[in-house]
Design a protein around this ligand. Structure first.
Ligand code: SAH
Ligand code: SF4
Ligand code: F3S
Length: 444
C-alpha cells in the first residue's frame, strides 16, 4: 500500500517538539506513513501551534494561507491544526481557514489517528480540543526513534495562572505523569541510543507522583532516573522559582548527571512587577536559590526568561531587572517584549510602556546577557568540558559538533563514530556563538 507523506510544522516550546514526535509515532502505528521534508509533497499537513505571544499566533494563519494553495491543487490532502492556538481558537480556525480538516488540542493528539481516518472515510471536519492528559499519556506508543538527546514529558498543563500567560487556558490544569511510565519511556529511549534525557513540563519542580506507595517530587524522580544505566545526563525544563526547594539543591549536590546548567525563569527583577505578575516570589527569593545552588555547583550557568515592558514597568523596575542580571551573571535568556494575550488578567491593564521604551530596554538587557555569556565562554578556554556529541558541525561535514553542560555548541575534529557519546573536550577558543575544541584523549 502507498505510504502517505506526512509533513509536521512545529512552533513553540519543547513540549510541542515532543508532541510532534508523538504525532508521527501515533500515526505510524495506524497507517503506512513516512515523514517528508517538503510540504508540497505531503498528503497530510499538520501544524503544531503556539500562542504564547501574538506574533506566534499570527504566523499560524499566514502559514495556513500558504497551505490553502496546496489544497486547491490537490483537494484530497488533509490539513490539521494542533497545539495551543488550536486549543484556544478552534472555531475561529474553522471559520478563518476553511481548508483545515481537523483541529486538535495538546491533550487530544492521541485521538489523531481516529480523527484522520474519519476524514479519509467521511470527509467531514473534526474538532477535539478537550483536556484529558492522562488518557493522552496512556495512549502514547513507545518512542520509535531518538537522537543522543531525548525529550520526555513528565507533566502537562499549568495551574499557576501568572497574570500575563495563556498556557493554563490552552494546556489545561497541571497534572503529573506516572513515575513508572516516565521510567519506562526513558529505558526505551536509552535502548534506542539516547544519552541525555530532557524532562519537560511547564513547572517540572511541581512534579508529584506516587510509585510503589512512595511519593516522588522532581528531585526524587531525578534520583530514580540517575539509577538507569545508560542515562548520562539529565536536564529539565521549565522549573519555577516559587517551588524550587532544598531537595533540588541537594540533587545538584549529589547527582553528577545533572549538568552545570539551570533554566530558571525570573521574568523581572522588580518585586512590584513580580507581584503584579502573580509569580509568587521576590527577587531576593530568586537570588537566594541561585546563591544556594552556587554553593554546591560553583560553575553552574543560569539561564532565565524575561518579559520586558509589562504594564506599569518603569525605568526603575527595569533597572532592577538589569541589576539582577548583572549581579547574578545570567548566562542566557529568552527575553521578549510583553504581548497581551486575550482573556488573561494582564490584558485588561493599560499597556502603558511605549514601544520605543520596550525596545530600548530589551536591547540593553540582551546586550548585557550577551556580554556575560561571552565572558563565561572565555573563562572556559583551556578547560576540559564534558561534551555530548550531537552530529556534524553546521559549517563543515568533516567537523563534529556537540553541547557542553552549559549548553554551548563546541566544534572539533573527530571520527563520526563518536556521535552520540559524551566525552571530554579541551576548549581552545571562544567565538561569539560557539566554542572550538580538541578531543582530550588523542588515542580515540
Ligand atoms: N512555565 C514557565 C514559562 C513558560 S512560557 C515559567 O513559568 O517560567 C515561556 C516564557 O514565555 C515565559 O517564561 C515568559 O517569559 C514568556 N511569555 C509568556 N507569556 C508571555 C506574554 N504574554 N508576553 C511575552 N512573553 C510571554
Ligand atoms: Fe505560564 Fe506562569 Fe504557568 Fe509558566 S507558571 S506556564 S508563565 S502560567
Ligand atoms: Fe507555546 Fe503552548 Fe508551549 S503557548 S510555549 S506551545 S505551551
Amino acid at each position: 500500500m502507498h505510504k502517505k507523506n506526512l509533513f509536521i510544522q512545529t512552533y513553540g516550546c519543547q513540549m510541542n517538539v515532543y508532541d510532534s514526535d508523538k504525532m508521527f509515532d501515533l500515526l505510524k502505528e495506524n497507517m503506512p506513513i513516512q515523514l517528508c521534508e517538503n510540504e508540497s509533497d505531503a498528503d497530510i499537513l499538520l501544524m503544531n501551534t503556539c500562542s504564547i505571544r501574538e506574533k506566534a499566533q499570527e504566523k499560524v494563519f499566514s502559514e495556513l494561507g500558504r497551505w490553502r494553495k496546496f489544497k486547491n491543487k490537490r483537494p484530497d490532502i488533509i490539513i490539521g491544526v494542533g497545539g495551543c492556538v488550536a486549543s484556544q481558537e478552534a472555531e475561529n480556525i474553522h471559520k478563518r481557514a476553511p481548508q483545515v480538516d481537523v483541529v486538535f488540542g495538546p491533550q487530544t493528539l492521541h485521538q489523531l489517528p481516529k480523527m484522520i481516518s474519519k476524514i479519509i472515510h467521511k470527509r467531514e471536519k473534526v474538532t477535539d480540543i478537550s483536556f484529558d492528559p492522562i488518557k493522552k499519556f496512556d495512549q502514547l506508543p513507545p518512542p520509535g526513534q531518538t537522537g543522543p538527546s531525548a525529550f520526555v514529558s513528565i507533566m502537562e498543563g499549568c495551574s499557576k495562572f501568572c497574570s500575563f500567560c495563556i498556557v493554563p487556558y490552552t494546556r489545561g490544569p497541571e497534572i503529573s505523569r506516572a513515575v513508572g511510565d516516565v521510567l519506562l519511556e526513558i529505558s526505551q529511549l536509552v535502548a534506542l541510543g539516547a544519552k541525555e534525557i530532557h524532562l519537560l513540563g511547564q513547572n517540572v519542580n511541581n512534579y508529584n507522583s506516587t510509585f510503589n506507595s512512595e511519593t516522588f517530587n522532581l528531585a526524587g524522580l531525578i534520583r530514580l532516573i540517575n539509577l538507569i544505566d545508560g542515562v548520562e545526563r539529565i536536564r529539565f525544563t521549565t522549573s519555577h522559582p516559587a517551588v524550587f526547594d532544598q531537595s533540588l539543591i541537594d540533587a545538584y549536590r549529589d547527582v553528577e548527571k545533572l549538568p552545570n546548567y539551570l533554566h530558571l525563569p525570573v521574568q523581572s527583577g522588580s518585586d512590584k512587577i513580580l507581584m503584579e505578575m502573580k509569580r509568587g516570589y521576590s527577587h531576593m527569593d530568586y537570588r537566594g536559590i541561585i546563591s544556594k545552588l552556587r554553593k554546591v555547583r560553583p560553575n553552574i550557568s543560569i539561564s532565565s526568561d524575561f518579559i520586558i515592558g509589562y504594564p506599569g514597568e518603569t525605568d526603575f523596575d527595569f533597572q532592577q531587572t538589569f541589576d539582577l542580571v548583572k549581579q547574578l551573571n545570567i548566562d542566557h535568556s529568552y527575553s521578549f517584549i510583553y504581548s497581551p494575550r486575550p482573556g488573561t488578567p494582564a490584558s485588561f491593564k493599560e499597556d502603558n510602556v511605549t514601544l520605543a521604551e520596550k525596545k530600548d530596554r530589551l536591547s540593553k538587557l540582551q546586550t548585557l546577557i550577551q556580554g556575560n555569556a561571552f565572558k563565561i565562554s572565555q573563562s572556559m578556554v583551556n578547560t576540559n568540558q564534558n561534551v555530548l556529541v550531537t552530529g556534524y558541525s553546521a559549517k563543515s561535514k568533516t567537523q563534529l559538533s556537540g553541547k557542553t553542560e552549559n549548553n554551548r555548541t563546541v566544534n572539533f575534529d573527530g571520527p563520526s563514530t563518536l556521535i552520540g557519546n559524551i566525552l571530554p573536550v579541551l576548549i581552545t577558543q571562544a567565538n561569539k556563538n560557539s566554542l572550538d575544541g580538541k578531543i582530550v584523549d588523542n588515542d580515540i
